[in-house]
Design a protein around this ligand. Sequence first.
Ligand SMILES: Cc1ncc(COP(=O)(O)O)c(C=O)c1O
Length: 123
Amino acid sequence: MRGADVVEMALKTARLYRGVDKILYTEGGFHCKTMGVLSVTGNKKYQSGFGSLLTGCECIPLGNYPAVEKKLQNETYAAFILEPIQAEGGIRIPPQGYLKKVEELCKNKGVLLIVDEIQTGLG
Ligand SMILES: Cc1ncc(COP(=O)(O)O)c(C=O)c1O
């Protein structure tokens, strides 16, 4: 199974389980180029030219905890998807403690945290 299929399935599972559409994703994040996954791939170079992508997908900067907090306080999300270290986006590492805090916040809010380790899990 391809990484893209796995991420598609994670997005579908999150929407089905939570019963809401909204998904948060990160600027510079890469999850591949199939239509669903493209909707949460934070790079206009890949997203543009294909018409409407999935609705309800919102992009926030990687590593900015207050931005996640603000979003999750104001709206109900199915999931937050991110790479623990962005690879395609240029090896970008979020600040120390960010992932732990995001995990706790998502748990408290019942939002599924989708951690795409398709690159970082290698080796
Ligand atoms: C973080 C990440 N997620 C998903 C994918 C998609 O994986 P695949 O090419 O196996 O579909 C990639 C591919 O580079 C990736 O880097």
